[in-house]
Design a protein around this ligand. Sequence first.
Ligand code: MN
Length: 211
Amino acid sequence: MEDGTLCVHAEGEHAALEELVSWLRSTAPHDSVSDEPARVEGHEQFAIRGQPAGVFVVQEHQATAHHFDVRLQVEGVMRSWAVPKGPSMDPAVKRLALEVEDHSLTHNEFEGRTGGGAVIVWDRGHYEQGGRVPWPEALERGHAVFVLHGNKLRGGFALQRTRGGEKPQWLLLKRRDASARPGSDVVTEHPESVKSGQTLEALLAANPHQP
Ligand code: MN
């Protein structure tokens, strides 16, 4: 802070926060540590409000392997992650997300057959970039929080990079907020396209691949 004091913003389970505060008290001179609860604003547990950032889309894609492509508009392109098991609304679930090449915004509308596979627009909407580190720096640093306003996916999410290098690996997590649905499995509960209403399975069955 400007007056030379140190300000810590911490989020977590109540017991863990208590432990942190008592540890800080044990290391500092008497009465020099004070704590106050931060205001929790609905889905946002961040110190800074989300910034409207553009669109997102999740395309379910049957290729060699079945996966969901999660795409977020960042600086004019769709930054993309292939999520084999798809997103979850259960905060206890961590989903592997493989960073893949950027796509153009025009691809967001695409739904149909692709050679032997197919794509449906599984969810879409707009989103806010959150956290204290501005985007795209947050992505470069490997920790990005955001708020989705889709048909199926809503509320706070986080992408956490777990491995860098040529093919970066991330985890996609639902944050604990009012929109979280513990125990749910949104990809099996709501398999249909938000564009056409058809499922990927039905699209594949109705339009057999012509070699
Ligand atoms: Mn794909």
